[in-house]
Design a binder for this molecule. Structure first.
Ligand SMILES: [Zn+2]
Length: 489
């Protein structure tokens, strides 16, 4: 038995002012056969990682392909996408005959000329491997679950958790179902229900937690093989941006249809109740400063690099400084030039620095302040689950009573090391501000006495009605009041 695995992945914010080129993949994940690390999977490469570990014991040969993944940002350069895609396709051709293909994709990648990159990859891969090869795909729930890609794959599985702490477990599920299909123990049959809604669904909140636990418990019983909840990725102007439910049964289409519809109706009934309450900037700062207990963790989802934002908006920081907040830490602010200037100034130096507010109108104005350099470190990192996320060279500066972590590799706040590696102990601060939507909760949730979510003037507005969609199919909630959810595959 012969399996092939590869990755091509990013989360494309088509509204982002930061184009994505091959350079961004080289800074992220750019691994050719023979270069794959053995310690932990990198972004979206869990299927390859898991298959490699299980190959000998479960009697198959794994042919390792290339894995390319970039941090979320704007649309990928067309020639660069085609270069990476064609490299993987030529590896598939060279690996024939194949019984199975495992793709670790993200699912919200857009390249110039390709609104549905994953559908394009699967269409070309299917043409090479033929109809009998079993294709399995792992996706992030912040994906565009298009009809095309769902039809072209035999098995599609999404992560269930947000924060995404179950990437490896879902890759294990995917490999198990692919192997059982190849061995003719099961016949996966898929149904897709379109909920016609845009939303945010952290599984750290009770309503979504219960929904995920309930639907997960259906798996492995009564012929139900897998249930996936597609959240959607709201910051992309593509036709099939919407929340969808994907159910896979063992050769029972009516059952898959019934279950996908039932779960879909439940998901629709949760509209407007799945995201946390967002405060305005000043309201949130007031609530944090007045709270009796520490640390208060305050999130700035609108400037989350994990959603393609620059992570250099200055609004919350400016108000903290203006209000004389003390014992506060904020990060990460992406500003490689300011980091360079801090290294040039040296540790403990006090000097006038302009930082933040650079990349676009939604970055706000740059901060101009007398700052003290309180931390400097080359090649910094933070952890997210088993993965070490590189931050590049980093500097910590103090502005009034606020310590700010400046980073060189644009990424969101994930691990406590973001602060600790620069000598800032987040548990000893009154207020910790993180630029992240919800992944920060895995590490910062346990230390927080209170969590406050802000809707700042960063580019990822929490009010989807403010986003300038032109291609998204209508009607869709909350842009439209009345929608027509239905089974679509
Ligand atoms: Zn995601």
């Amino acid at each position: 038995m012969r399996l092939f695995s590869a990755t091509i992945a990013t989360e494309t914010n088509t509204f982002s002012p930061l184009p994505t080129s091959l350079e961004a993949y080289k800074e992220g994940v750019f691994l050719r056969p023979g270069e794959h690390p053995t310690d932990a999977p990198r972004m979206c490469t869990a299927p390859l990682f898991v298959a490699r570990r299980r190959a000998v014991a479960e009697g198959f040969t794994l042919i390792e392909g290339s894995c390319f993944a970039a941090s979320p940002a704007g649309t990928t350069n067309r020639a660069d996408y085609e270069f990476m895609r064609d490299e993987i396709l030529s590896q598939i051709k060279a690996a024939l005959p194949l019984d199975g293909v495992l793709f670790g994709l993200h699912g919200a990648m857009v390249a110039h000329g390709y609104d549905d990159v994953e559908g394009d990859v699967l269409e070309r891969a299917r043409a090479i491997v033929g109809p009998n090869c079993v294709i399995g795909v792992e996706l992030d729930p912040h994906c565009h679950l298009t009809v095309k890609r769902v039809r072209l794959a035999d098995i599609t599985i999404l992560y269930k958790e947000f924060p995404h702490t179950d990437v490896v477990e879902r890759a294990e599920d995917l490999l198990t179902l692919v192997l059982r299909t190849i061995r003719k123990e099961i016949r996966p049959t898929t149904s897709l229900f379109d909920c016609r809604q845009i939303g945010s669904y952290p599984t750290t909140l009770a309503l979504m937690r219960g929904f995920v636990d309930r639907t997960s418990a259906m798996e492995g019983k009564d012929g139900v093989l897998s249930v996936s909840i597609g959240h959607c990725f709201p910051y992309a102007d593509v036709p099939e941006l919407t929340g969808r439910i994907l159910v896979i049964t063992d050769n029972d289409k009516p059952k898959a249809d019934r279950l996908a519809s039932k779960i879909g109706e439940e998901f629709i009934a949760m509209r407007g109740r799945t995201a946390p309450d967002y405060m305005h900037c000043d309201e949130g700062i007031g609530a944090a400063l007045a709270f009796n207990g520490s640390p208060v963790v305050m999130a700035d989802p609108a400037d989350n690099a994990g959603g393609g934002a620059p992570s250099d908006n200055t609004t919350i920081l400016r108000r903290l400084v203006e209000r004389n907040a003390d014992s506060a830490a904020l990060g990460p602010v992406w500003d490689p030039i300011a980091v360079r200037l801090c290294f040039d100034a040296g540790l403990h130096a006090r000097f006038p620095l302009r930082f933040g507010g650079k990349v676009g109108p939604t970055s706000g104005q740059p901060m101009d302040a007398e700052v003290t350099v309180v931390g400097l470190r080359r090649d910094c990192w933070q952890s997210f689950g088993p993965t070490q996320v590189p931050l590049g060279d980093c500097a910590a500066i103090k502005v009034g009573g606020v310590e700010v972590v400046l980073i060189s590799n644009r990424t969101q706040a994930l691990g406590l090391e973001l602060f600790r590696n620069l000598g800032i102990e987040p548990t000893e601060r009154k207020l910790v501000v993180v630029k992240s939507t919800n992944h920060f909760m895995a590490a910062f949730g346990p230390i927080a006495q209170r969590v406050i979510y802000i809707d700042s003037d960063g580019p990822l507005s929490r009010d989807y009605r403010k986003i300038g969609y032109t291609k998204v199919l209508r009607p869709i909630w909350p842009l439209d009041e009345h929608t027509t959810p239905c089974l679509i595959a």
